[in-house]
Design a protein around this ligand. Structure first.
Ligand SMILES: O=C(O)CCC(=O)C(=O)O
Ligand SMILES: [Fe+2]
Length: 197
């Protein structure tokens, strides 16, 4: 599906040279950084990844039967060739900004508003009190929701194409996040990198 063109989101992908980071404090120990327009050319990168990544259909057991995950995904091991060189540049920029070694990249493809990911904590990080998950949005803007595990008010962010969102601190231990289904929207790919202390 073609995406709306804009000067910042079309063209060769590149990390912005003067991004603005804002930190949203979720509570005393969990936070989310947001850097709007962090990646330029995000719609072009969306186009390349949508057509060239060998997407996989994940499946899981639910109520005693196997169901398809409502999204496609592809995780790259550190040793695997990446589908676009900018993914390595993004990883280096994130490492430089946060001064930690981010690892391999995971890609998720939400084909339309019916694709989603339910509230969850990232499995391998959920017992840890100091983690970073950096997510770059490519394509459609969709709500990204956060809610405290113990109950209470949540937050809804609306990352647009090229925006960077980074969950940090105890965000995996104490908060859950989701990309809920929406009535109608274009396709979105998220690219994510993880680090744990
Ligand atoms: O697509 C996103 O923005 C979030 C994906 C996510 O939370 C996950 O794959 O664990
Ligand atoms: Fe997640």
């Amino acid at each position: 599906m073609p995406l709306q063109c804009s000067l910042l989101t079309s063209g060769d992908p590149a990390v912005s040279i003067n991004p603005t980071f804002s930190r949203i404090r979720l509570d005393g120990t969990s936070w989310v950084d947001v850097a709007p327009g962090w990646l330029r050319g995000a719609d072009d990168l969306y186009g390349t990844l949508a057509s060239e990544v060998p997407w996989r259909q994940g499946r899981r057991w639910m109520y005693e039967r196997m169901v398809d995950d409502p999204r496609l995904s592809r995780w790259y091991k550190a040793t695997e060739p990446l589908p676009h060189p900018i993914l390595a540049t993004i990883c280096s920029s994130l490492c430089a900004h946060y001064q930690v070694p981010f690892g391999s990249v995971g890609l998720n493809f939400y084909r339309d508003g019916d694709d989603s990911v339910a509230f969850h904590r990232d499995r391998e990080l959920r017992r840890l009190g100091n983690t970073l998950i950096a997510i770059v949005t490519l394509g459609a803007r969709r709500p990204f929701r956060l809610r405290p595990r113990g109950g209470g008010a949540g937050r809804t962010l609306l990352p647009a194409s090229g925006d960077l969102l980074v969950m940090g601190g105890r965000c995996q231990a104490d908060w859950e996040h989701a990309v809920p289904k929406v009535a109608s929207c274009g396709p979105r790919i998220s690219a994510s990198w993880r680090w744990a202390a």
